[in-house]
Design a protein. Sequence first.
Length: 447
Amino acid sequence: MKLLFLSDAYMRDGSFDPFRIELLNSLSLYSSNTLAITTNHYLHDNSCNPRLFCGFSLILKRISQFKPDVVFTVNRAGITPKVLEVLPSNCLIITWFIDSYERTNNSLLKFSHNDIVWLTGKGIYEQNFLSNYSKGYSKIISVPFASNTNIFTPKDKERIIDGCFVGTAFSNTAFINLLNDLCDDEEQREIFLKTLNIHKNRYISDIKLFLQNNGFKKSYKKNRDVWQSIFDDQISLEKRINYLSVLDDFKLFIYGEPNDLWIKSLTISNSNMLGRYKYKSIKTPGELSNLYNISKIGINIQHHQASTHSLPIRVFDLMACKTLLMTEKRSTEALNQIGFLEDIDFVTFDTYRELKEKFSYYIHNSEHRNRIAESAYYKVLKYHDLNFRIYSSLNQSLVSSPILIKDGNANIQHCCNPIGLKVRNKIVFFLKYIKKTGGEVFKSYAH
């Protein structure tokens, strides 16, 4: 089987994060030849539109020559009309929405009978996808995250820190700009803020439509997915910063990107936390496993769009390392659906006070903490191993194909252009500057 792997990358250096590295390696076990493309080096994020000066035409040629049997795309990245044109007519396309499909641009949400969709959540989340996007064309498979238990495993390390959190500080710049634009319009501002408060407590799957139906008349040329991101990212950032800020009495390590947003947010919320933030990202699965193995407690503060129906990879990786999972109360249902029980396999919090009190209790009660962590560990080991998850989900997807056989000599070719992307950004910035200044920069050189 020849596999084409398509995914955006959000690390500052343009590389895949630890989970995407693990996913690519797991998939490639069943491929004789794998071509991986970092899609947002050539296309704008969450878009069909090519970036300038980044060689998208060469990527199309490479895909055409590669002739994949299966395309595996993360969050529908790279599935543009031009890419579809160069794929073989019988090529199967597997999309794993590790983030909510509601945040994906509509131009990418076009499916055919060649499509198979993996969703990390069930219930209403799955029903909404079937009714709004699938239209009966694509096959849906429930595929929760899992952990690579060859890497994320208990190690002979002392638990020298109280807890850790690894995650993104989401940008709320767009939210701030919108709200600032409504400063002189009290009526529209109230609708905007009321929508935010409702969305915090009851997820609104179409913010744009909800605003319009409630009398929001401001005209902004923003797609549905952009509106979702604006509100989700504001709430996610708010939750993460405010929850973590109450733990300033403990030895807590915080890793993530981007640095400037973490620093800015912690400076405002609780500057004592600036000493807890580590000012660098974790780039490899091995580094992440080592961090979890020296932590007594791992904190999970969900991205808002996944709060009730889905679980991030950190949940499984923490439990695989026998690190106590302390997670938001709203994630209980999703954990229950896959066999984990509150106070037996994980611990929850619902308020700032509860988080601080429970964190302190489990730091000082190692026997109770270890008992819960061990129960979760054995369930992950038995039911939630990443390699087995990929194997079983691929088998469900490729029902008409032979049974998958591991190819230990799988060849992975990687197309990425982080340097080209940086050069392109500088060129675009310079062109915008020339337009803004009316060419004054050239006039000054002439003199």
